[in-house]
Design a protein around this ligand. Structure first.
Ligand SMILES: *[C@@H]1O[C@H](CO)[C@@H](O)[C@H](O)[C@H]1NC(C)=O
Ligand SMILES: *[C@@H]1O[C@H](CO)[C@@H](O)[C@H](O)[C@H]1NC(C)=O
Length: 468
């Protein structure tokens, strides 16, 4: 345990230390090197290097994952985009056409997805109904086997929120609507300026465990940092416990991923005849070039890989839940549902075979009481971030922001759930651990975004190769 802990601290520390203290421009550096020279080799002292992640993601995972995410089960996400912002009320809605979200017509979404009470399968569902009815009557139906009774009661009980890292939308609200994610892709919307700034600033400032004594804006895109402030900032960060530092890096990784997407799906041409989205290398450089960003860009990209590894680990850990024979990706189309489950398991087994998994056991591992307090803090901060998403003025950005925070929140729920740990791995599939369809859809779509970003980095690397 001690060794693992030390290793992880070393890992995180090493990643942070790299990238500090680079200075003037070397004449022979290409633009690609200025973004990527530090984003290579070992991400940490021992276990994982960028090239292994790239190969694994770009060739083995990414294509199959894209396939899966195009299926009906994963493309429809129910979301309430009308929840009021809980923190301030001067949200100016972005009026741009590209910010708009087109919700689904009610007949577009398969009935199997819409029927609210379906959890896993038709069969399980009717059992749950029976059981709930029996419970109301004060007795559990005794014709069910004891094991089934137990499992069913647990399904219904474990929709509790004590494990949740996110403020969950009330998807039963009349304001919640299904959105087809394929028809509302995450891309450049033109939403920038003070409003977008405010969101990221609040996220970094209020929610990243920053003490009052640190003056430097935590949002690494903010300007006007002196060299000495920067040093104070990084020594503060290095002095943090590993969990708090990880929290910051997850947020930074998410921010980086979103920016990779906006640079890769930039609105290049906008005439009434045609709109064209594609790679904008200049935009990418402004966000990630080591010199243009005073060294921040490469750090951001490393945080993107960190986020990737965290989500990858969560997926590998939750495999037994999806392997349960009664688990279905239920849409009502039997053949397709079975095919999708096969594809899902294929992807999950691929993920499980990834040799260099992140070790989350050192998180929250210290003194039990302190660890629990820290975990609770972590959870509250993260919940806050999910609420801040309701303050995003651009609805398209709000949609993807909510989906990605819910996905990351679900990954954290998996990583830190004691119910899952208690049941792993010897005792077989856990019936205490439960994910809703919304959580499943957001988990895989959020990971799909990060996976796409890693793939896009390869494209940008090529595009930047010959630029000086
Ligand atoms: C690319 O992005 C930059 C801003 O970073 C912008 O000034 C430029 O017009 C964009 N290029 C195209 C072709 O849209
Ligand atoms: C949550 O966010 C609000 C608004 O930024 C802030 O006032 C509050 O202190 C935050 N709470 C936590 C636990 O971060």
């Amino acid at each position: 345990m001690g060794r693992r802990w030390g290793l992880l601290v070393g890992v995180l520390g090493a990643v942070w230390l790299l990238g500090s203290g680079q200075g003037g421009r070397q004449p022979a550096e290409t633009a690609a090197q200025r973004c990527f020279c530090q984003v290579s080799g070992y991400l940490d002292d021992c276990t994982c290097d960028v090239e292994t992640v790239d190969r694994f993601n770009n060739y083995r995972l990414f294509p199959r994952l894209q396939n899966l995410l195009e299926s009906d089960y994963f493309r429809y996400y129910k979301v309430n985009l009308k929840r009021p912002c809980p923190f301030w009320n001067d949200i100016s809605q972005c009026g741009r056409r590209d910010c708009a979200v087109k919700p689904c017509q009610s007949d577009e979404v398969p009935d199997g997805i819409k029927s609210v009470s379906y959890k896993y399968s038709e069969e399980a569902n009717s059992l749950i109904e029976e059981c709930e009815q029996a419970e109301r009557l004060g007795a559990v139906d005794e014709s069910l086997s004891e094991e089934t009774q137990k499992a069913v009661l647990q399904w219904t009980k474990h929709d509790d929120s004590s494990d949740n890292f996110c403020e969950v939308d009330d998807i039963q609200s009349p304001d919640a609507e299904y959105v087809d994610l394929l028809l509302n892709p995450e891309r450049y919307t033109g939403y920038k300026g003070p409003d977008a700034w405010k969101i990221w600033n609040v996220i970094y400032e209020e929610n990243c465990f920053k003490p009052q004594t640190i003056k430097r804006p935590l949002n690494p895109l903010a300007s006007g940092q002196g060299k000495s402030e920067e040093n104070t900032f990084y020594s503060w960060l290095e002095g943090l416990c590993v969990e708090k530092r990880a929290f910051y890096r997850l947020i930074s990784g998410l921010h980086a991923s979103i920016n990779v997407h906006l640079s890769a799906r930039y609105l290049l041409q906008d005439t009434w005849l045609e709109k064209k989205w594609g790679h904008n290398v200049t935009e990418f450089q402004q966000r990630f070039d080591g010199i243009l960003t005073k060294g921040e860009g490469p750090r951001r990209l490393k945080n993107l890989y960190f986020l990737y590894l965290i989500e990858l680990r969560a997926l590998s850990k939750v495999v037994p839940f999806f392997e349960r024979p009664d688990f279905q990706l239920f849409t009502g189309n039997k053949i397709q549902d079975a095919e999708n489950k096969m594809l899902l398991l294929e992807i999950l087994h691929e993920i499980k075979s990834f040799p260099l998994h992140f070790d989350e056991n050192s998180f929250f591992a210290g003194d039990k009481k302190e660890a629990n307090k820290l975990k609770e803090d972590f959870r509250l901060h993260f919940r806050n971030i999910s609420r801040i998403m309701d303050c995003v003025g651009c609805l398209k950005c709000r949609l993807w922001g909510k989906l990605q925070t819910q996905g990351l929140g679900t990954a954290l729920k998996i990583l830190f759930s004691e119910k899952l740990i208690a049941n792993m791995p010897e005792s077989g599939p856990s019936y205490e651990f439960h994910l809703t369809r919304q959580e499943i859809v957001s988990l895989f779509n959020a990971f799909g975004r990060i996976s796409t970003s890693v793939k896009e980095l390869e494209n940008f690397r090529k595009l930047l190769q010959n630029i000086h």
